[in-house]
Design a protein around this ligand. Structure first.
Ligand code: ACO
Length: 342
C-alpha cells in the first residue's frame, strides 16, 4: 500500500485589506478593540466583485502543483472544499479544473473533480478523501483545495456584526501524492453531530417549499434577509468547538500512539483566537508550537488550514520531518483531526 504525502502547498488571498476600522467606516457599530478582544481578528481580505471562489483557488492550486514538481495533467482527482461555490451546482471543482487548463490542450486531463461541503472542517474531510484514494492505489496525485468568498454573502450592517466581523476570503491548496517512503498522512479522523445543524447555517432556500424560493407577484424570487446571511449562536459554537477540538486531537494521538509533546506544530482551524488558546491551554500545548494567522485573514473557513500550512512552509516554521497536527470544527456540527509526518 503506498503512503500519502503532502508534496506541495499553495495559498492566495485577494489584495484588498479590510481592517476592523474599515468595518466601522462602512457603518457597523463596533470597535477594533471589541473585535480583537473577542476574536483576535485585526483585518481580513475581501475579493472584488466579479471574482469567484475558483478564481481565488486558481493561484493557490498552481502554486501547490508547481511546488510538488507537477503539472495539472499529472493530477488524478480534484477535491474542492467550500461553502461558497460560485453557484448551487455544479461545484467549484469543475470550474477550477477548466481554469487550470485541464479540459483541452497540452495539460488536458479529464480527471474527477468533486466538491466537499463540510464548512470549517471541509479541508480535513477533503484530505480524508484524497489520502484514502492515494492509499488505496486509485490515484497518484490529488489536488485538495479549501477556498471561500465570504464577502459576497455577509450582512455588513450592525445587525449582522456578530457574524460578519469574523469572516474573510482566501484559498489554500495542497497536493497529496503517493510515496514509497513511510510517513506522510498518518490518518484523518472525522466526526459530526447533526443535532446542531441549524446552530450555524445559511438557509437561502428551502427545498421542501414549492417553489424553493418564494416568488413575488411579478414572479421574482424573494429571499428574506435572515435567510440570505449566515445565522449563528456564537456561544454554543464556542462551547462545542473547544470540547470537540480537544477530543479530536486526542483521538489522533491515541490512534497513532503519539504523545502530544512529540507534535512539532499545531495547525488549528482559524475560527477565533480565543477558541484555539482555550484548546491549547486545556491540553497544555506550548504557545510557540500553535500557529495563528487569524489576525491577518479572519476566518476563511475551508481555507484556514491549507493557508496556515503554506505560510508556515514559506517562512521556515514547517520543515520536513516534523510531526504536524491539524484540527478543525465548524458548522454541522462537523469536526476532524489529522496527523502528518511532513
Ligand atoms: N461589535 C460590538 N458589539 C458586538 C459585536 C461587534 N462586532 N458583535 C456582537 N456584539 C454585541 C452583541 O450585540 C451583544 O450586545 P447586547 O448584549 O447588547 O445584546 C454583545 O455584544 C454580546 O454578544 P454575544 O453574541 O453574546 O457576544 P459573545 O461574547 O458571545 O461574542 C463571538 C461573540 C465572538 C462570536 C463569540 O460568541 C464566539 O467567539 N463564538 C464562537 C463562534 C465562532 O468563532 N464562529 C466562527 C465561525 S464557526 C467556526 O468556524 C467554528
Amino acid at each position: 500500500m503506498p503512503y500519502a504525502r503532502i508534496s506541495g502547498t499553495g495559498f492566495y488571498v485577494p489584495p484588498r485589506v479590510v481592517t476592523n476600522d474599515d468595518l466601522v467606516r462602512i457603518g457597523i457599530d463596533t470597535t477594533h478593540e471589541w473585535v480583537v478582544q473577542r476574536t483576535g481578528i485585526e483585518q481580513r481580505r475581501y475579493a472584488d466583485e466579479g471574482v469567484g471562489t475558483s478564481d481565488l483557488a486558481l493561484p493557490a492550486a498552481r502554486d501547490a502543483i508547481a511546488r510538488a514538481g507537477l503539472r495539472p495533467s499529472d493530477l488524478d482527482l480534484i477535491v474542492f472544499a467550500t461553502l461558497s461555490p460560485e453557484m448551487a451546482f455544479p461545484g467549484s471543482g469543475v470550474l477550477l479544473q477548466q481554469k487550470l487548463g485541464m479540459c483541452d490542450g497540452d495539460d488536458a486531463k479529464l480527471c474527477g473533480a468533486m466538491d466537499i461541503r463540510n464548512q470549517c472542517s471541509g479541508f480535513l474531510y477533503a484530505l480524508k478523501v484524497a489520502s484514502s484514494a492515494v492509499k488505496a492505489g486509485e490515484a497518484r496525485h490529488v489536488l485538495v483545495v479549501g477556498a471561500e468568498t465570504h464577502s459576497a454573502a455577509m450582512d455588513l450592517s450592525t445587525q449582522g456584526r456578530t457574524v460578519s466581523m469574523l469572516f474573510g476570503d482566501g484559498a489554500g491548496a495542497v497536493v497529496v501524492s503517493a510515496s514509497e517512503e513511510p510517513g506522510g498522512i498518518l490518518g484523518t479522523w472525522l466526526g459530526a453531530d447533526g443535532r446542531f445543524a441549524e446552530i450555524l447555517c445559511q438557509r437561502v432556500w428551502d427545498i421542501r417549499k414549492r417553489p424553493f424560493i418564494p416568488l413575488d407577484e411579478h414572479g421574482v424570487g424573494q429571499v428574506q434577509p435572515s435567510h440570505m446571511w449566515a445565522q449563528m449562536e456564537g456561544r454554543t459554537v464556542f462551547k462545542h468547538a473547544v470540547e470537540k477540538m480537544c477530543l479530536a486531537l486526542m483521538q489522533a494521538c491515541w490512534a497513532t500512539g503519539t504523545d502530544p509533546k512529540d507534535i512539532d506544530l499545531f495547525c488549528f482551524h482559524q475560527a477565533n483566537m480565543r477558541i484555539n488558546q482555550y484548546v491549547a491551554n486545556t491540553l497544555g500545548l506550548p504557545e510557540d508550537k500553535v500557529l495563528h494567522n487569524i489576525q491577518r485573514y479572519g476566518n476563511t473557513t475551508a481555507a484556514t488550514i491549507p493557508i496556515l500550512l503554506a505560510e508556515a512552509e514559506r517562512d521556515g516554521r514547517l520543515k520536513r520531518g516534523m510531526r504536524v497536527a491539524m484540527v478543525a470544527f465548524g458548522s454541522g456540527f462537523t469536526w476532524g483531526s489529522s496527523l502528518v509526518d511532513w
